[in-house]
Design a protein around this ligand. Structure first.
Ligand code: TPP
Length: 345
């Protein structure tokens, strides 16, 4: 396959090809990216205040997360990781539950009724297997549902990635494998992750198409995912998309990326910000102004505040509820552990 990177909107907000979306739709997706960034900044600040446990920022990856979910129908599935709050939210998961999850409260792992989003996977790569199984289940039930699974470059070194890709290739499951290659897996650079020239080309080995795109280009992300979703819905099987992007923050709030990444590298990516180029594009078409942007930021900020207040007002999760959420019927071991936990509480 070609190693050319597909781009539609350049860093100056100029179209290099035909836009797959009309201006109204680009405006709507820009608004979603902005909302996601507001949440991300607030969540990072809350972790610093001691109100959240570890937090994994997705700043810089908003085009990947909003653009890949945009072509989905509500009846499709999203299966992502600890870094995919933006994608999960855009498919219906609530900020409240995402915040709850980050406080260690298991109730945050429950998607609202009817929302087809799995809780975020902390196990690197494990969720891709679930995504393939979900898609296969959809097919067996005669539906044309599609499953989008998001993961990082590091996850492609896991056995689970290869098993998921192999199964998806053989059984033509309706899976869109969306790799957010942000250059790093904690402190492990992409060059040490794999010797192949691209991650997209790994698709060849599993008999599915591989697509390489600029992951900071909302339009390229949308177009590539829409094609893959349509293909999956037609029953033609899975696609692997590699989106080149960058996480602007440290791996999580427990990490210090300054120990392994240069300021020069980070600054280079700041000029490729996924929101800024869309903002320039909208402004050039007279459908952006600062007042509109400030109003979105204010409204979303209030919405996130309300979600935080709601999450913090809940009665604490008891050990009995936590153990009760494991299986339909408890086990002897779990009963013993619960008794132990209650003795210590
Ligand atoms: C199976 C497994 N191994 C190791 C870890 C520890 N770990 C957490 S995140 C991470 C790096 C993942 O990098 P990548 O897949 O590129 O995603 P990113 O964090 O960059 O979004 C590792 C090794 C884990 N959570 N699960």
């Amino acid at each position: 396959m070609s190693t050319e990177v597909r781009q539609i909107l350049d860093v100056e907000g100029e179209l290099l090809g035909e836009s797959p979306l009309d201006l109204n739709e680009v405006q709507r997706l820009y608004q979603a990216m902005l909302s996601a960034r507001v949440y991300d900044h607030k969540a990072s600040a809350m972790q610093r205040q001691g109100r959240l446990a570890t937090y994994a920022s997705f700043e810089g990856q908003e085009a990947c997360q909003i653009g890949s979910v945009a072509p989905l129908q509500r009846s499709d599935w999203v299966v992502g990781t600890y870094r995919d709050a933006g994608a999960m939210w855009f498919h219906g998961y609530t900020w409240r539950n995402l915040i709850l999850g980050r406080t260690g409260d298991e109730r945050g792992g429950a998607a609202p009724q009817g929302v087809r989003v799995l809780p975020p996977s902390i196990t690197v790569g494990g969720h891709m297997i679930h995504a393939v199984g979900l898609g296969w289940g959809e097919r067996l039930q005669g539906s044309d549902g599609v499953v989008l699974t998001l993961f990082g470059d590091g996850a492609t070194s896991e056995g689970d990635f290869h098993e998921a890709m192999n199964f998806a290739g053989v059984f033509k499951t309706p899976t869109v494998f969306f790799c957010q290659n942000n250059g790093w897996a904690i402190s492990m650079p992409r060059e040490r992750q794999t010797a192949s020239a691209t991650i997209a080309q790994k698709a060849d080995g599993y008999g599915m198409p591989g697509v390489l795109i600029d992951g900071n280009d909302l339009l390229a992300v949308y177009e590539a995912t829409a094609d893959a979703v349509a293909r999956a819905r037609r029953g033609e099987g899975a696609t692997l998309i590699e989106a080149l992007t960058y996480r602007m923050s440290s791996h999580t709030t427990t990490d210090d990326a300054g120990r392994y990444r240069s300021d020069h590298e980070v600054e280079g990516w700041r000029h490729r910000d996924p929101l800024e180029r869309v903002r320039k594009y909208l402004a050039a078409n007279d459908v952006w102004d600062q007042a509109w942007q400030s109003q979105i930021e204010e409204t979303e900020s209030q919405r996130v505040e309300a979600a935080v207040a709601e999450a913090e007002a809940l009665e604490p999760f008891t050990p009995a509820e936590m153990f009760g959420a494991m299986y339909e019927r408890s086990t002897v071991q779990l009963d013993e552990q619960l008794a132990d936990a209650e003795r210590h509480a």
